[in-house]
Design a binder for this molecule. Structure first.
Ligand code: ATP
Ligand code: MG
Length: 255
């Protein structure tokens, strides 16, 4: 197995706050790796840094051997690094299918403008993109909702839709920020099964998640952040027995 993502000494400061502080780790191709840690530990900030949504204060990020540090989010997405958000981001007033297609258009050769002008080449491409988008809606089990206005879907369906959009970009690596947040127990188990299916398609997964049963069930490796710093990185069972990790979580309960 080769290294797909490598992060070195990555830091992001907000004024005096070190939200991400000298974090280094790598993700092996084909793995499901989890990032856990108490609220405010810096997990989402770390994802923003990797996917180009936030500039870093210092450090390095390389993806498939290429330096992606300082690249823009759409450039990083086009290289095959997809993501979803802790707070679902969908386009209002657009159908579920169109929400998936929008993501894919960023990667098409015809581009958005010629698509709007309905040039023949763009029309052909549009049909191909539509088919790919429908396949991902089917994969997520929401194909029957393709024409439904996206933001009128249930919360769980909106999360599935966001995943379909990320998958339509055919990513090599997918960053999932709390995919089970707000879901009930049954839906959370389903998300776990879906993530395993995504990995079986050959997509490497880096996931931030608070649901420990989900994390321990699906992950090959778990990394723990506390106050922006990496305090542990190991197999799930070893993480559960790690004294510092246990202390960090118990401290959270006390507080
Ligand atoms: N844009 C910002 N400006 C200032 N501070 C920020 C900003 N974004 C995040 N922070 C701070 O950085 C720290 C890390 O936040 P982050 O959202 O990365 O945590 P998290 O681990 O994702 O937490 P949660 O589990 O609650 O989602 C927090 O103290 C947060 O208040
Ligand atoms: Mg977060």
């Amino acid at each position: 197995m080769s290294v797909l993502l490598e992060v070195k000494n990555l830091s992001r400061h907000f004024g005096g706050l070190r939200a991400v502080d000298q974090v280094s780790f790598s993700v092996q191709e084909g793995a499901i790796k989890a990032v856990i840690g108490p609220n405010g530990a810096g997990k989402t900030t770390l994802f923003h840094l990797i996917s180009g949504y936030l500039p870093s204060t210092e450090g390095m990020v390389s993806f498939m051997g290429r330096d992606i540090h300082h690249k823009k989010p759409f450039e990083i997405a086009a290289l095959g690094l997809g993501r979803t958000f802790q707070h679902v981001r969908l386009f209002h007033g657009m159908s579920a299918l169109d929400n998936v297609m929008v993501g894919r258009h960023t990667r098409s050769s015809a581009g958005f403008l010629s698509g709007m002008l309905a040039l023949p080449h763009a029309r052909r491409e549009d049909r191909a993109i539509r088919e790919r988008a429908m396949e991902e809606l089917e994969f997520m089990g929401i194909a029957s909702l393709a024409d439904t206005e996206a933001t009128s879907l249930s919360f769980g369906q909106q999360r599935s839709l966001e995943l379909a959009r990320a998958l339509a970009l055919e990513p090599q690596l997918l960053l999932l920020d709390e995919p089970a947040a707000g879901l009930n127990m049954h839906e959370t188990v389903e998300v776990g099964e879906t993530i395993k299916k995504i990995r079986d398609r050959g997509v490497t997964v880096l996931i931030v998640e608070h649901d420990m049963s989900l994390v321990m069930n699906i992950s090959d490796e778990v990394m723990v952040l506390s106050y922006g710093q990496k305090i542990a990185e190991d197999e799930p069972l070893a993480i559960q027995k790690n004294e510092e990790v246990v202390r960090v979580y118990l401290g959270e309960d006390d507080g």
